[in-house]
Design a protein around this ligand. Structure first.
Ligand SMILES: [Zn+2]
Length: 265
């Protein structure tokens, strides 16, 4: 079983809903794969948090997970990080409407092979954004600028993340951390637009199903601009590195930020 397949079955595996052979295959893979073991732990923690924070909600776990994509628990006592929480409350109301109106559309969305792989990339980007939002300590390094964040990654990654955009008055850089994108490490740069966090993941591009269709010209290159579970997502590749940009800010604003990143050298 590949890492991708394991990630797809992870939730069912944890709930004991997968077929017996699948359970065995996932378990065997987890014993041998550090990346998936970490993803497994993160998913379990996320599930635990959601059960804890939404104990009265009658929806199934799958629905809660989807709800959580629109509403994340801000930690207390963190200055900037806790301040954007009020901006998410209207999104919770919107998500509730979505739950009532269209409860199964997301999971039943049919997709061709290539489209499914593409959407798996987008889903992973959103999951990483969600993990960041639900983390108690989302920023391992808080910053006034790129010159503080970039050196911090030295020794924590097996590649040098190339990011030329230093942040500006519209999109200040808040800090960074290390995450996983599928089977590989990723540098996370967190920017903000007013109270909305924006995560930029940078990771090695090789071996991933890069989108080649329905691309949009943004700044200096072609990118996939889409949305998933209430978040706007932009995905692009430049040379050896891949980039995902995720936020609940307006699609045009996220595109404006992506343009600054893809135009800069
Ligand atoms: Zn794996």
């Amino acid at each position: 079983m590949t890492c991708d397949e394991v990630r797809q079955h992870l939730l069912d595996y944890q709930q004991g809903r997968a077929r017996l052979e699948t359970q065995k295959a996932v378990r065997a893979h987890l014993e041998a794969c550090a990346g998936c073991t970490r993803a497994d732990a993160v998913e379990q923690e996320l599930t635990r948090l959601l059960e804890q924070r939404l104990p009265q909600h009658p929806a199934s776990l799958a629905l809660k997970r989807r709800l959580a994509a629109r509403w994340s628990q801000a930690p207390t006592g963190r200055s900037w990080w806790s301040r954007w929480r009020p901006s998410l409350v209207p999104a919770l109301a919107a998500a509730t409407v979505v739950l009532v109106a269209a409860p199964v559309v997301y999971y039943e969305r049919a997709a061709s092979g290539a489209a499914r792989e593409q959407s798996a990339m987008v889903a992973e980007a959103v999951n990483d954004h969600l993990r960041l939002l639900s983390s108690q300590h989302p920023l391992d390094v808080e910053s006034g600028g790129l010159h503080q964040v970039k050196p911090w990654f030295g020794g924590r990654l097996d590649f040098a993340p190339v990011v030329a955009f230093e942040g500006d008055a519209d999109f200040p850089l808040k800090g960074g951390s290390v995450a996983y994108f599928r089977d590989r490490k990723a540098a996370v740069f967190v920017y903000a637009r007013r109270l909305h966090p924006i995560s930029l993941l940078v990771f090695r591009a090789d071996g991933l199903p890069w989108p080649s269709r329905n691309l949009t010209r943004i700044g200096g290159l072609d990118a996939l601009a889409t949305s998933e579970r209430g978040f706007n997502v932009i995905v692009w590749r430049r040379g050896e590195l891949g980039y995902t940009l995720v936020s609940d800010v307006d699609a045009d604003e996220l595109r404006a930020l992506a343009a600054r990143m893809t135009s800069a050298r």
